[in-house]
Write a protein of this length. Structure first.
Ligand code: NAD
Ligand code: WQD
Length: 339
């Protein structure tokens, strides 16, 4: 099995590349480092003890894709490459639509030209309508609140249509909930290049003293302690979900969407106190106003992935907090540490 991993230097792509190599699969990575660092790939190679071909470039570049598919016998594409910041997508919608849609279209066109029939796509829980009853399952109505979300919604539709048109195509749409954590080695992890927008990297940087306190965005939500509830999933469990998705794509055609979550919701205050307890550190916080567009609670019904992929998340919130802290302590400035 030889997988083309687009965006393989990124947070989820690097952990999935490592999981694939540990399963003795072959891979080829393409990334333009628009939101990542070459050091991530060096560490994936070191951790796995394996090498793989790498192409630096843009997945929207049809000539590059033709070269990659000509030079490698690809069985399956795992498409992580994409821009993912919600706020940035509101400010720069055209850049988001261009990058996320054109990359997906070019990949499908190159796959068609080279007879590659399997695609695993990084979708998101953000495609579900914000008023969906929780836990949300894959049959819930879709609808988004920002351009980033719409790019995922539109790519899903493009992929579903492509699978209707080509009955040999297999498309797996993976809707991730909130990935956090890091490989247990602490060698690879999430490396935001600015002040983090997401909760967990902000908590870890605060524990390290980079920020004075965590700003808790609102404590008057309709949740048990008033702070927002999310379905946090360890990135290594998420990576294993891709290994299971490849096995599924080998056996099935058509398109299918799966939630990748734990099914359990934790509040912002749960996360802060779990992080303090797991790592014996203090995480000061201040309750502030709500962040625009945030929902009260978002958590998955993960039964479909358990039934059809034979996958379920195994790691605990303590594992997620401990592994995040190990990565943060070893790499206080991410992959730029020491360079
Ligand atoms: P990331 O930014 O760490 O990784 C994305 C990678 O793709 C980066 O290495 C970036 O350099 C690369 N890239 C972007 N556009 C490219 C292009 N046109 N050509 C080549 N490389 C390109 O993000 P991540 O957290 O690893 O997310 C991976 C995927 O999962 C994304 O599609 C994201 O939208 C989706 N997703 C992420 C989350 C999350 O919370 N992290 C949740 C749901 C879905
Ligand atoms: C989690 C909770 C915040 C930061 C985002 C995207 C989503 C998906 C994953 C890609 C919320 C609260 C946060 C902080 C806080 N990405 N919070 N203080 O918003 O669930 O999802 O990332 O598909 O599309 O929207 O994740 O980590 O930003 O927030 O209180 O400094 O933490 O209000 O309740 P979110 P998050």
């Amino acid at each position: 099995m030889n997988a083309l991993v687009t965006g393989g230097a990124g947070y989820i792509g690097s952990h999935t590349s490592l999981a694939l190599l540990r399963q003795d699969m072959d891979l080829v990575v393409v990334d333009n480092f628009s939101n990542s660092h070459p050091e991530a790939l060096a560490r994936v190679k070191a951790l796995s003890g394996k090498d793989f071909p790498f192409y630096e470039g843009d997945v929207c570049d049809a000539t590059l894709l033709d070269r990659i598919f000509s030079e490698n016998a690809i069985d399956c594409v795992i498409h992580f490459a994409g821009l993912k910041s919600v706020g940035e997508s509101v400010a720069q919608p055209l850049r988001y639509y261009e990058n996320n849609l054109i990359s997906t279209l070019r990949l499908l066109q190159a796959m068609g030209a080279h007879q590659v029939k399997r695609m695993i796509f990084s979708s998101s829980a953000t495609v579900y309508r914000s008023d969906s009853p929780m836990p949300v399952d894959e049959s819930a109505p879709l609808g988004c609140l920002n351009p980033y979300g719409w790019t995922k919604f539109m790519c899903e539709q493009i992929l579903r249509d492509a699978a209707v048109a080509d009955p040999k195509l297999s498309v797996v749409l993976l809707r991730y909930f909130n990935p956090i954590g890091a490989d247990s080695s602490g060698q690879i992890g999430e490396d935001p290049d600015d002040i983090p927008n997401n909760l967990m990297p902000y908590v870890a940087q605060t524990a390290l003293g980079i920020h004075k306190h965590v700003n808790v965005f609102g404590d008057n939500y309709n949740t048990p302690d008033g702070t927002g509830v999310r379905d946090y999933i360890h990135v290594s469990d998420l990576a294993d979900g891709h290994v299971a998705a490849i096995a599924y794509a080998m056996e099935h055609t058509g398109s299918e969407a799966f939630n990748l979550g734990t099914g359990v919701g934790y509040s912002v205050l749960d996360i802060i106190s779990a992080f303090e307890k797991a790592n014996r550190v203090k995480v000061p916080y201040v309750i502030g106003p709500r962040r625009r567009g945030d929902a009260d609670a978002v958590y998955s019904n993960p039964d479909k992935a358990r039934r059809l992929l034979g996958w379920q998340a195994k790691k605990t919130l303590t594992d997620m907090c401990r592994d995040t802290w190990s990565w943060q302590q070893k790499n206080p400035h991410g992959y730029r540490t020491g360079s």
